[in-house]
Design a protein around this ligand. Structure first.
Ligand SMILES: Nc1ncnc2c1ncn2[C@@H]1O[C@H](COP(=O)(O)OP(=O)(O)OP(=O)(O)O)[C@@H](O)[C@H]1O
Ligand SMILES: [Mg+2]
Length: 327
């Protein structure tokens, strides 16, 4: 068994809403081993980004907080670190590729300066070598005329290009864990394939760990070792990619798997053919959170929320799989 690099235990993250406190991440637990990739999937609003922002303590203090749980990274609980200590971890030990490409870049610094600074901070290169390396990295992520682009500011680039700069930046740090939040959703198919290839190299050649957040089950199948399916802030099913693709247990997972994009469709489209939508955080159903959309829901599902049950090597939060005698 590989050693765990990160272990998240019963993480609860809440926000103060207009009608009181809402729980965006509701007791989620997972681990990522060294050299492993965990794919986190689920529809919009189910708490994927909030989970990743919680790890790096990027939840806005005015409105949100980690209410409970532990985030053990190399054995240290990140939730207990001071702002100064967590800043040391961000970008050095954990690199993040944000969903929103403006969040990860400094708007008043040229692309070249930002990249070169990151490179010199993580290697013995001098400024000139770092600049050359930065140009090489931009070319690697498929940016045309990289030498010219280095002199530009983030707002001068398109969203897709900024995304690739952020990926180049993350790849230039010597981090052990990469958190990639929809890293390729905004990119066209050829560039997407290039980026996924780069991420695979990180994992296979450098034994890096990746937490990959995506809507695209096809990307998960290609990239991840394990999957966590999230819905309304909870994990509904966890297991290895192999097990979950072969025999998905939760009706929600089955629905997600039916929505894998086909070659003849635009991959940027968010394809979900599960009827209905994720309920609002302030209006969650009493029982299983998915019961309002589940074709198999019965009275019990509407009344009481199931626990996560172990079925073979998978875990699933569904009454269908509760051991006998569990009420
Ligand atoms: N700063 C915030 N203040 C209040 N609520 C928030 C905040 N950030 C996120 N939320 C809420 O938390 C829930 C989970 O959001 P999150 O961004 O994690 O979803 P997601 O799974 O990443 O969705 P997407 O696939 O669209 O990126 C949503 O209901 C969202 O409205
Ligand atoms: Mg998100």
């Amino acid at each position: 068994m590989s050693e765990n690099l990160i272990e998240v235990k019963k993480l609860v993250t809440q926000f103060l809403g207009k009608n009181g406190t809402v729980t965006a991440v509701d007791g989620v637990s997972f681990t990522i081993g060294k050299g492993k990739t965990l794919g986190i999937v689920g529809e919009s609003g189910c708490g994927k980004s909030v989970t990743s922002m919680s790890i790096l303590k990027l939840i806005p203090k005015q409105t949100g907080k980690i209410a409970s749980g532990e985030i053990l990274f190399k054995g240290k609980d990140l939730t207990k670190l001071s702002e100064k200590e967590i800043r040391q971890i961000r970008g050095n030990e954990i690199a993040m590729i944000f969903q929103d490409s403006m969040t990860g870049l400094n708007p008043v610094m040229t692309i070249g300066k930002q990249l070169a600074e990151t490179i010199t901070a993580h290697s013995k290169m001098d400024k000139k070598q770092a600049w050359e390396r930065a140009e090489e990295m931009l070319a690697k992520v498929g940016i045309p005329s990289p030498a010219q682009r280095l002199k530009e500011f983030p707002h001068q680039l398109s969203g897709g290009m900024r995304q690739r700069v952020m990926i180049a930046m993350a790849l230039s740090c010597d981090a052990d864990l990469f958190i990639a939040d929809e890293p390729t959703t905004a990119l066209d198919v050829t560039i997407q394939a290039q980026i996924l290839e780069l991420m695979k190299e990180l994992k296979e050649k450098e034994n890096k760990s990746i937490m990959l957040i995506t809507h695209d089950m096809g990307v998960v199948a290609e990239m991840a070792d394990d999957i966590m399916v999230m819905y309304a802030g909870k994990e509904l099913e966890c297991g290895s990619v192999e097990d979950i693709f072969k025999h998905p247990l939760h009706p929600y997972t089955c629905g997600l798997l039916k929505s894998i994009p086909r070659l003849d469709q635009d991959s940027s489209e968010r394809l979900f053919n599960i009827p209905g939508s994720v309920p609002d955080l302030s209006e969650m159903p009493k029982g299983c959170k998915f019961c309002t959309r589940c074709s198999e829901a019965c009275q019990k599902c509407r009344e009481k929320e199931p626990d996560l049950y172990q079925v073979g090597k998978q875990k699933v939060r569904c009454w269908k799989y509760a051991p006998e005698g569990v009420e």
